[in-house]
Design a protein around this ligand. Structure first.
Ligand code: SF4
Ligand code: SF4
Length: 224
């Protein structure tokens, strides 16, 4: 059993109609949450510190929903870990954390059992993910409907992720920082330019760039 808050029918303004999951945000190496210590947004402006996402993330520390709650005939999309990451405290690991395999295996099983659903998520330490799960797109052993993007803040992590077949994502603060292989997330770009949630029409479930961007293209999130 592990902390997990599931909202089977989310109204999250960015993702659109979608099942969403939440886990505690905090440094897993210190036993404070599920995030890898290397994430630069930890205690430094992570998007999960605001609004309902924060509420669900906080509530998730004392909630133990079954992963199967994400599956509903009406919901074709699952956004795993709208808050939190895939890690848990592990004093035997060099990093002080490792992938919470029980949680990751449940996510993989849900995807395999429900091929009609499309699931996506992000991981801020894709090296740890590969080391602990052995799952990566280039090996052909990830479920086809489970799209895990590697959140990469440095080139070494990005090179590793691409070599293992992952798409990458990162947060940038201005348009000029975008690399040639990156496409802007249209939702974040609109917010960056001052639009409100209400004015922005695109949602993840209609955009789908995080899993359908052309081969060789990765995602840049403009800070807002
Ligand atoms: S971006 Fe993800 S891994 Fe980083 S602090 Fe926020 S929830 Fe945790
Ligand atoms: S690029 Fe599209 S799918 Fe990805 S986070 Fe942005 S709106 Fe959602």
């Amino acid at each position: 059993m592990y902390p997990l808050h599931v909202v089977p029918s989310s109204e999250n303004s960015k993702v659109g109609p979608c099942a969403t999951t939440y886990r505690p945000v905090g440094d897993s190496a210190k036993g404070e949450g599920t995030c890898p210590s290397c994430c630069p947004h930890l205690n430094a402006g992570c998007y999960t510190y605001k609004g309902k996402t924060r509420l669900w993330a906080t509530r998730s520390a004392n909630t133990f929903n079954s992963m199967s709650k994400v599956v509903s005939k009406a919901m074709r999309f699952i956004r795993f870990l709208t808050a939190g990451d895939w890690m848990k405290h592990d004093p035997d690991s060099d990093t002080g954390y490792s992938v919470d395999l029980e949680h990751a295996n449940d996510a993989v099983m849900v995807c395999r059992a429900n091929p009609w659903a499309t699931a996506w998520s992000y991981c801020h330490d894709i090296k740890q993910w590969v080391k602990d799960t052995g799952l990566f797109p280039a090996a052909g052993n990830m479920p086809k409907n489970f799209h895990l993007l590697a959140s990469c803040e440095d080139q070494a992590m990005k090179d590793f992720a691409i070599a293992h077949g992952f798409k990458t994502a990162r947060v940038i603060t201005s348009e000029s920082e975008r690399a040639e292989d990156e496409i802007f997330c249209p939702y974040d770009r609109a917010l960056h330019h001052g639009k409100t949630n209400r004015e922005i029409k695109v949602r993840c479930v209609t955009c789908q760039l995080c899993w359908k961007a052309p081969e060789g293209k990765n995602i840049a999130f403009l800070k807002h």
